[in-house]
Write a protein that binds this ligand. Sequence first.
Ligand SMILES: NC(=O)c1ccc[n+]([C@@H]2O[C@H](COP(=O)([O-])OP(=O)(O)OC[C@H]3O[C@@H](n4cnc5c(N)ncnc54)[C@H](O)[C@@H]3O)[C@@H](O)[C@H]2O)c1
Length: 508
Amino acid sequence: MANYTPKNILITGAAGFIASHVANRLVRSYPEYKIVVLDKLDYCSNLKNLIPSQSCPNFKFVKGDIGSADLVNYLLITESIDTIMHFAAQTHVDNSFGNSFEFTKNNIYGTHVLLEACKVTGQIRRFIHVSTDEVYGETEEDAVVGNHEASQLLPTNPYSATKAGAEMLVMAYGRSYGLPVITTRGNNVYGPNQFPEKLIPKFILLAMRGKPLPIHGDGSNVRSYLYCEDVAEAFECILHRGEVGHVYNIGTKKERRVIDVAKDICKLFNMDPETSIKFVENRPFNDQRYFLDDQKLKDLGWSERTIWEEGLKKTMEWYINNPDWWGDVSGALLPHPRMLMMPEEDKPNFTGSFYSKTKAMVEELLKEYDNVCTLRVRMPISSDLNNPRNFITKISRYNKVVNIPNSMTILEELLPISIEMAKRNLRGIWNFTNPGVVSHNEILEMYKAYIDPDFKWANFTLEEQAKVIVAPRSNNEMDATKLKSEFPELLPIKESLIKYVFEPNKMT
Ligand SMILES: NC(=O)c1ccc[n+]([C@@H]2O[C@H](COP(=O)([O-])OP(=O)(O)OC[C@H]3O[C@@H](n4cnc5c(N)ncnc54)[C@H](O)[C@@H]3O)[C@@H](O)[C@H]2O)c1
């Protein structure tokens, strides 16, 4: 067992959930340590999470991105950082099925920048890298032995794959440059300060509003949950006693099915589970179970303190006492929230072609006028399948097509809406697409079903696809919430495609 005393700790991602508990705990318990927090304040973060530390002399908050090498180098040097606890990441699996490039950018590239800064500055005595149980992939339902720290990494979804990728870089910097690294792999965490896209706070907020609790699939998936304060204590233990070069699981053997979590929350709110639980479409892939061997951390002296019933009650009370902590979170409370979609306020970020550059410039110029209504159209589709500019005509004639889910604009439905918008004198910027996404292959399947049963097409291989895509466009999915709330009758993209394009053209 090591005996390490840090001086100046950089904690990344501490305006988020887990790291805010770790930062507040270390600031409070160790006034002799300086705690510097670096966080880019993404949608899931909240500066209020750090209120307990804000007035403490040993605490400093810096808003910034771990992907900025200049900023990270500057902080390490000017703050004489000797210890890094790296939590910052994109963390929501649902988002990673939509906008996975953001996961690679933040979780892998961001970690790489931190590691390189450690190499360049040469002053880091501990780099604690926070990973997840999900890197092990799914545990067999009947397995009696949990994954131990030497088990193989077999991630199954884009989120866990980026977490495993980041781990590989951490390991390599340990081996190649002698960076004193420690990696943790944790079970699910719950408690105050968690953004309500995750299961427990989402169910609590929905229950508070008297709304049904949506369960992905049949709810038989099993998860293990640890209370946030216990996890903060585990990090305190690993910081001081963890051995360099080692991996530590932060786990519990107590497992519960998602359906039982929902039932427990119903009980706390006196709701009838029979009528309050709603089963919805499952994720593209949903690991059945993550089961960890938690002995190694126990040997360092840590153990779980908070029993489930007590932790869940405390969490419920906190959300009831802080109903406005997050502001408007209606988007996060959907069954499959996609918080990384592009809302209107996001700056246009694709300048990969002259066309898109000029479009972005014009938007910028028009912003000066308050009587302008800008409609952001994406991949316009009409029912005229002979028009060569129609997206469907184009892809049905290509030799090979890529296959990427995208937001699209069904003109027959949306052009009348644009006239109505002018009548209503609506102004500002509007994402002008149908809600949801549809992929090239899904459209071509419909083409085959409705227009030409003999139609065949070929897809690019993933390698070819990477070459033909001009830029790593991460914003294929636009957030149509604003348009949908003005025009509630607006159809989801696939329904609109069938109603306005394929049904009218159907071969009889
Ligand atoms: N929540 C869990 O149940 C759980 C379980 C196991 C492991 N983890 C891991 O623990 C860590 C923290 O998870 P969480 O649930 O507290 O996350 P969170 O989503 O609540 O917070 C993540 C924080 O990181 C920040 N961030 C993201 N990208 C950044 C960047 N490029 N630069 C600077 N800041 C950035 C965000 O603004 C946010 O404040 C993650 O690495 C996650 O993979 C979480």
